[in-house]
Write a protein that binds this ligand. Structure first.
Ligand code: HEM
Length: 383
């Protein structure tokens, strides 16, 4: 759907791909911090305190009760993969692996991540079509770089790398509520193929991760699924961060900054993930409102962040939002908060730098773009 950029978005889902949704978000956070959207049939948390409260409420879970896997993916290889991901589960069974992933991702050195992205960039062609090049790089480069860090075969040659990046993208797309039958079938095929990928885990970091997970009693299927999960998680969100950074660079006065400053600003001011969802596991009071088992809550991370920026009158030059656990921004909050925040920022910095070094001009890209259809991720598609 093409939205009129001069009018506010009609609802919080449309805001994700609206040209300038931040005023709308700030008003929503101020005027309706926790409310029922009758059209969407969802509760909506928009205020910073409400967003944080939902994301730390024990009855608010990542999946609806009795539905661990989205029905279109159930009984398929994609469903099997989905059901093993820590991102898609609550509860004690996944706690040991979650702790290992959090610890290990925190030990990754930013320079090593940037080096993996720069090395992976050599596998991706730059064509005369700079828009297509930027789109392809934004989607594929973070995935290939994470695969390289993990020791997957993806980085052996450009054909394998591109195929694996495309399969991760297909699986991620199949999880979207917007996925149609073709996308779902492609995601199922991709998941089947991804689960046969040989995992060499031959980098020191990947070896340490696997050894720690096994020592914590985690089985190999769960480890392999969640290593693929790192690529899946990194895929669309980091593509959005790269694209939004390129758009930011196209704006005035930003060109001379170092990439990490720009990426930090974009994470605060035009973030790639705008919302997530929670579902009530039981009847409970949430933000003072009695909710029923099964109720869905749309959690507007971007509204909370935009409102905090305004309320605190924090200068966009102060990169505090990305700091772990401080508040509910684009990386979430509470038990499922993104453990890949620093990795994502380093990947985006390196990817943008590599594109600029190859002559891609942000101002030219910004002349024609739209956002990829999505209900939660803001990912520019350059035309
Ligand atoms: C700009 C890029 C990224 C953004 C904005 C982002 C955002 C998020 C958000 C909002 C969540 C929480 C979802 C929820 O609570 O419902 C999340 C979870 C997660 N992210 Fe990221 N992410 C990014 C990149 C990455 C990367 C590069 C990795 C891996 C290296 C990663 C790994 C994960 C994992 C494993 C989870 C699940 C955590 C759990 O459930 O305990 N993310 N991410």
């Amino acid at each position: 759907m093409i939205l009129d950029p001069t009018k506010p978005p009609p609802d919080p889902l449309a805001a994700v791909t609206h040209r300038d949704p931040y005023r709308y978000y700030r008003e929503l956070a101020r005027q309706q911090p926790f409310h029922r959207d009758a059209m969407l049939m969802l509760w909506v948390a928009a205020g910073p305190a409400e967003v944080a409260a939902v994301l730390s409420h024990p009855a608010c879970r990542v999946r609806p009760p009795g539905q661990p896997v989205p029905p279109p993916l159930a009984q398929s290889p994609a469903g099997t993969l989905f059901a093993r991901l820590i991102r898609m589960n609550d509860g004690q069974r996944h706690a040991p692996l979650k702790a290992v992933l959090q610890r290990q991702l925190a030990t990754l050195d930013g320079d090593d991540v940037r080096a993996a992205a720069s090395a992976s960039a050599r596998l991706l062609p730059v064509t005369d079509d700079h828009a297509a090049t930027a789109n392809r790089w934004a989607s594929a480069l973070p995935v290939i770089a994470i695969a390289r860090l993990l020791g997957f075969t993806a980085t052996d040659d450009d054909v394998t790398a591109s195929r694996i990046a495309a399969q991760i993208g297909s699986f991620a797309a199949a999880m979207s509520p917007l996925a149609g039958p073709a996308e779902i079938n492609a995601g199922i095929d991709a998941a089947a193929s991804l689960q046969t990928l040989p995992l060499r885990a031959d980098t020191p970091w990947a070896k340490a991760l696997c050894a720690e997970a096994r020592a914590a009693g985690v089985d190999d299927d769960a480890i392999a699924a969640n290593l693929l999960g790192l690529m899946v998680q990194g895929c669309e969100a980091t593509a959005g961060l790269i694209g939004n950074t390129l758009l930011w660079l196209a704006g005035d006065a930003a060109g001379a900054e170092d990439p990490s400053t720009t990426v930090a600003k974009v994470l605060r001011s035009d973030p790639p993930i705008h919302n997530t969802r929670r579902f009530m596991a039981e009847d409970a009071l949430v933000c003072g409102v009695p909710l029923r088992r099964g109720d869905g809550i749309l959690v507007l991370l971007a509204a909370a962040a935009a409102s905090e920026l305004e309320v605190e009158n924090v200068s966009a030059n102060t990169p505090t939002l990305a700091k772990r656990g401080e508040r509910a921004g684009t990386f979430g909050h509470g038990a499922h908060r993104c453990p890949g925040d620093a990795v994502a920022a380093a990947l985006a910095e390196a990817s943008v730098s590599a594109l600029l070094a190859r002559g891609i001009e942000p101002a030219a890209l910004a002349r024609a773009y739209r956002y990829r259809p999505s209900l939660n991720a803001r990912i520019p598609h350059f035309l």
